[in-house]
Design a protein around this ligand. Structure first.
Ligand code: GLC
Length: 415
């Protein structure tokens, strides 16, 4: 009996133990499963997090796309073009106020892509596009450029870039940057606000797009306007040039590597005005000089119509100009572009042909690209600098254009 009782007890005990073990196992399994689930959940979360992280990294990287501009000094870049053409009296024209019709307000037609095709086919390698922004800005303090104006400027820049031309986008007739200490802060504010917007708009363009900060900053309306100004004006211009460079360098995309042009006082070719000219430390700066030389032949309507390459009295001014530029800038490693040159039509085609060839020859021998000022004017009492009839898209002075091309000293290399 005792044995029977004992075995019953043992059975109960076994059942109990086995139940306990099973339930323990179950609990353990559940805990394990939970852990696995937890682990699963954790790991899924982790993967997601990592993917997100990767995305963020990619996003970070993609917010700074690789540079699409060649990192070369300007002294190298200027070897790639010798002869250029100004789209004068067009986007720089100031008639018509804030309207887009200001482009036509000085008598030129609406700019078409066809003329850039002609320029390229003729052998021009670079175009300067002067733009006056002052009438196309919103109020202070932001000075927002009117959308439609910026879009139109971009459209024309693209006509040139799409046809494989270099472009200098220039700031031209502005009434707000009189170079004096009194006006400095206002001028600096507008200059930097406007250039920051232009820089942003064109940030992805490569080295084919050059920015030129100002045109001919000078003491407009004073007796010193064309005589080199005074020390204050030249200092203010130095400061404005530096602010322009800083603005572009601190902007996005390719702009830290963009080639920039800065003018001397009034973009003057007179060495007296260069003595306190400051060039910011930066290997992508080009000095901008304008020179309608000799003045009496090239720019003075009441001057002479005669010029001959046979006569040293005529040629010496061009020689002097080019040697000065070479000695003061190029020999010291600072590249120069003659951003405006040309000779007025005084019904003197042969003299202009000789002059154009001589000028180009001398400049290109020393590595100075020159950009003809073409204001589209062929008749009337004003400055007749027109070469290209933009309405018909034909050269009205093919012989002068040919002379410019012949004057390029290393023409074979370009072709
Ligand atoms: C200056 C002026 C331009 C003028 C040219 C020749 O660049 O900005 O309008 O036609 O010189 O005088």
């Amino acid at each position: 009996m005792m044995k029977k009782k004992g075995s019953i007890l043992i059975m109960i005990l076994c059942f109990f133990i086995s139940f306990t073990l099973t339930s323990c196992n179950k609990e353990q399994n559940d805990i394990l499963k939970e852990d696995i689930l937890k682990e699963d959940t954790v790991s899924v979360e982790d993967i997601t997090t990592n993917e997100e992280k990767e995305n963020t990294i990619e996003e970070d990287e993609s917010s700074q796309p690789p540079l699409t501009i060649r990192d070369i000094p300007s002294i190298e870049l200027v070897k790639e073009f010798q002869i250029g053409w100004n789209l004068g009296n067009t986007l720089d024209a100031t008639g018509g106020g804030a309207l887009l019709t200001s482009e036509m307000s000085w008598g030129n037609p609406k700019t078409s892509e066809e003329i850039f095709i002609t320029l390229k086919e003729t052998g021009f390698q670079i175009v300067r596009i002067p733009v006056s922004w002052g009438n196309h800005l919103g109020p202070e303090p932001e000075y927002i450029i009117h959308d439609v104006w910026l879009e139109r400027v971009k459209e024309i820049v693209d006509y040139a870039i799409d046809n494989d031309l270099y472009v200098i986008l220039n700031m031209h007739h502005e009434e707000w940057h009189f170079p004096s200490y009194d006006n400095l802060e206002k001028a600096r504010t507008i200059l930097t606000k406007v250039w920051a917007q232009i820089a942003d708009e064109f940030k992805d363009y490569d080295e084919h797009l050059i920015f030129e900060g100002m045109n001919e900053p000078r003491m407009k309306g004073t007796a010193l306007e064309w005589n080199g100004g005074n020390a204050e004006a030249r200092d203010v211009i130095n400061q404005l040039n530096q602010s322009f460079v800083d603005t572009i360098r601190n902007s996005e995309g390719n702009n830290p590597y963009r080639h920039l042009m800065i003018p001397t006082y009034a973009a003057s070719s007179d060495p007296k005005t260069w003595k306190d000219f400051v060039i910011p430390e930066d290997d992508k700066i080009i000095v901008s000089i304008h020179s309608y030389t000799p003045y009496n032949f090239a720019l003075n309507i009441g001057g002479t119509a005669q010029w001959s390459s046979e006569n040293t009295r005529d040629t010496k001014d061009i020689d002097y100009l080019i040697n000065n530029i070479y000695n003061s800038f190029i020999s010291k490693g600072y590249p120069v572009i003659i951003g405006e040159f040309g000779a007025l039509d005084k019904d003197n085609t042969q003299a202009r042909v000789d002059w154009a060839k001589y000028y180009m020859q001398k400049a290109s021998e020393k590595g100075i690209p020159c950009i003809w000022w073409d204001n589209g004017a062929f008749t009337g009492g004003g400055e007749l600098f027109g070469l290209l009839d933009r309405r018909e898209n034909i050269w009205k002075h093919q012989d002068i254009v040919d002379a410019l091309m012949e004057g390029i000293s290393n023409k074979e290399e370009i072709e």
